[in-house]
Every structure is written in C-alpha cells, then in structure tokens.
Design a protein. Structure first.
Length: 66
C-alpha cells in the first residue's frame, strides 16, 4: 500500500489542532489538544505540556471544547 493513498476521514481529521475532552471507557476523562488522529481513533493528545498516546479502542467519546 502506498502511503500517499492513506487518508484520514475528514470527520476525524477535523479534530486535529482542536482542544477536546476525551472520555475513556474506564470513565476517565482527559483534556488537551489533538496533535494527531487516525481512522481507528488512535490519538496523540497534548495535555499540560505532555504528549499522551491513546489507543482508539479505549475511547468512548471525543468532545470539542469551546
């Protein structure tokens, strides 16, 4: 597969660079800015100067903060 042919869904790529609240299936919540996201919802989140990698299977919801 050619890397140029891989495209992240527009619905998910719209989250990139936004401040969000991510709710996890274990009831934890993490706030931060999305640095990267893929079609499986694997997410890199910048929070309090740290980078957090969150596997998509652990995410219950993503909410954009206003």
């Amino acid at each position: 597969m050619n890397d140029d042919s891989f495209q992240v869904s527009k619905q998910f790529s719209d989250f990139k660079g936004k401040n969000v609240l991510i709710g996890l299936k274990n009831w934890e919540e993490i706030e931060g800015k999305i640095i990267s996201i893929d079609n499986f919802l694997n997410t890199v989140l910048e929070s309090e100067g740290n980078l957090n990698v969150i596997k998509g299977g652990k995410i219950a919801f993503i909410s954009v903060k206003k």
